[in-house]
Design a binder for this molecule. Structure first.
Ligand SMILES: Cc1cc2nc3c(=O)[nH]c(=O)nc-3n(C[C@H](O)[C@H](O)[C@H](O)COP(=O)(O)OP(=O)(O)OC[C@H]3O[C@@H](n4cnc5c(N)ncnc54)[C@H](O)[C@@H]3O)c2cc1C
Length: 106
């Protein structure tokens, strides 16, 4: 079934730590958001950390999966839409953001 993205106020591309954190904040602020994740499961790099995470403020996790579980538990307490296997392809053209070379006057 195709999701109607116009239903959402915010579309979050990527279900890694950043995207899931953004989803938490959107939910708490009453902003209707959806996370689109290209992989079959959310988590991003967290899924590949096999060593303890000891430098995240106030949390010590035994590995990335442990950290991800805590994050997903928080997300699950809110009605957050996470759509996996969804690749976002976007072409953004902005002349003002194009790279400039030394000496071209910009
Ligand atoms: C082995 C390892 C150990 C680490 N250890 C630590 C540590 O101890 N402490 C620490 O602070 N950090 C650590 N990090 C870094 C930390 O994991 C990352 O900084 C963090 O997970 C990045 O989160 P992110 O959401 O920004 O990006 P990512 O985790 O990269 O998530 C991006 C997500 O976006 C998805 N995506 C990308 N493009 C698209 C698209 N076009 N459409 C849809 N989805 C898309 C990807 O599939 C991915 O799920 C470690 C990383 C690794 C690999």
């Amino acid at each position: 079934m195709k999701t109607d993205l116009t239903e959402f106020d915010v579309i979050i591309v990527g279900g890694g730590a950043a995207g899931l954190s953004a989803a938490l904040w959107c939910a708490d602020l009453g902003i209707k958001a959806i996370v689109l994740e290209k992989n079959e499961a959310p988590g991003g790099q967290l899924r590949w950390i096999h060593t303890p995470i000891l430098n995240y403020p106030a949390i010590e996790a035994s590995n990335g999966k442990d950290f991800l579980k805590r994050l997903l538990d928080q997300v699950a307490k809110r009605a957050t839409d996470i759509q996996t296997s969804s690749v976002v392809a976007a072409a953004v053209e902005s002349p003002s953001r194009s790279a400039s070379s030394p000496g071209d006057g910009s």
